[in-house]
Ligand binder design. Structure first.
Ligand SMILES: *Cc1c(COP(=O)(O)O)cnc(C)c1O
Length: 392
């Protein structure tokens, strides 16, 4: 893949622009297909050897648009290479299975996405791979959890549901000292706001379903790696058969074109909504590292270039029935899984049921909010209307 010196926004706009190949059309075609024809026996034989290196070989191994998407992400992530998968979850599984084997032990942040925790407790555990969950804010204590068979640290920062920031340079230092592989789920920040490979992380996964696709209309995942893990991760994704569909790849490439303006607007709108929320007496705490009073603020400011529109909210001691009524009454903040699309979402969540290494001490309800691209004044008015219910 050819590297260039463009900045992020230009890279994303240029990605996939293949004027000469597409008969002058700006966008690339959607390649649908399984069979790729070989010209000769020799052609076939040489491609069999290279099938795990972005070779047009058979549909499951990728099409020109799959490679275009992968190269675009690898480029903005400052990675060695990337492989696209059918979902963020498929990316996590392929990355873990690429490097782990029976008998291994891993350290996973207790604040990891629910599916990652679930994979560790079930799929990995059933394969004889054990997991210790670590407290995301006690970086130095992690040394005490390392065993002879520890192979990998699985990081997510900020954490799912609870939004703790992790001190990644320190974690990477510890990992290097003990020869551990580092893997991160970078879905919240995307490659635009945090570039893990530049921080010495080995393997990075993103659920492109979220901000990269950005319109809640496709499932897609991507793994970026440094040079050392490029081959085994690609082979693992291929072996698991987790190839993304052609339309979804196209939507991933298209999403990249507007990722930067969307992400910045999500951030701007989130900050406006949070400013209003913080003035309401029903709010106990907002979990968002952008806030100067957030415990992760210093790390966020040091390492990240921006924030997305997803944050947590803890309400004061309010009757759950009233909160549910308030949620049911919202017009613009709808309830549904996922996030990163153009629309605002809200969900009651249960971090207290999903933590092993520490207790989530808030008895009151935690909400997860995704601020979309609507006019922030309308979003605030929607909350204002529904908050009246909490005051009844
Ligand atoms: C949604 C999500 C995933 C899983 O992605 P899918 O594309 O839904 O499989 C992984 N990590 C994080 C942080 C997520 O929010």
């Amino acid at each position: 893949m050819t590297k260039n010196n463009y900045r992020n926004d230009t890279k994303n706009i240029r990605a996939g622009n293949r004027k000469k190949l597409n008969n002058g059309f700006v966008n690339s075609p959607v390649y649908k297909g399984s069979t790729v024809l070989f010209n000769t026996v020799e052609d076939m034989q040489s491609k069999i050897k290279k099938k795990n290196e972005q070779t047009l070989f058979y549909g499951r191994f990728g099409s020109p648009s799959t490679f275009e998407f992968e190269n675009a992400i690898s480029d903005i992530d400052d990675a060695y290479s990337a492989v696209a998968t059918a979902s963020g979850t498929a990316a996590i599984v392929a990355a873990l299975l690429a490097v782990l084997k029976t008998g291994d032990h891993i350290l996973m942040t207790d604040s990891a996405y629910g599916v990652s925790r679930n994979l560790a407790k079930n799929l990995l555990n059933n394969m004889g791979i054990t997991t210790t969950f670590y407290n995301p804010i006690l970086t130095n204590k992690i040394k005490g959890l390392i065993r002879n068979n520890t192979r990998l640290i699985f990081i997510e920062s900020p954490g799912s549901l609870t939004f703790e920031m992790q001190n990644i340079p320190i974690l990477v230092d510890i990992a290097k000292k003990y020869s551990l592989i580092t893997m991160i789920d970078n879905t919240w920040a995307t490659s635009l706001f945090f570039k893990p490979i530049n921080y010495g992380i080995d393997i990075c996964i993103q659920s492109a379903t979220k901000y990269i696709v950005g319109h809640s209309d496709a499932m897609l995942g991507v793994i970026t790696t440094n040079k050392k893990y490029a081959k085994c991760v690609r082979e693992s994704a291929h072996n698991l058969g987790s190839c993304p569909g052609p339309e979804d790849i196209y939507l991933g490439i298209r999403g990249l074109k507007t990722l930067s303006i969307r992400l910045n607007k999500h951030q701007e709108n989130a900050i406006k909504v949070i400013e209003w929320l913080l003035k309401q007496k029903e709010i106990h705490k907002v979990l968002y590292p952008v806030l100067p009073e957030d415990p992760g603020h210093k790390i966020w400011k040091r390492d990240f270039k921006g924030a997305s529109g997803l944050f947590g909210l803890i309400l004061n001691n309010i009757n759950r029935g009233l909160i549910y009524k308030m949620l049911n009454n919202l017009k613009l903040f709808n309830m549904g899984y996922s996030w990163g699309g153009y629309e605002s979402l809200i969900l009651p969540v249960n971090p207290e049921k999903n933590r092993d290494s520490y207790k989530w001490n808030h008895k009151d309800l935690t909400l997860r909010i995704h601020v979309g691209l609507e006019d922030p004044e309308d979003l605030i008015n929607d909350l204002k209307d529904s908050f009246k219910i909490l005051r009844m």
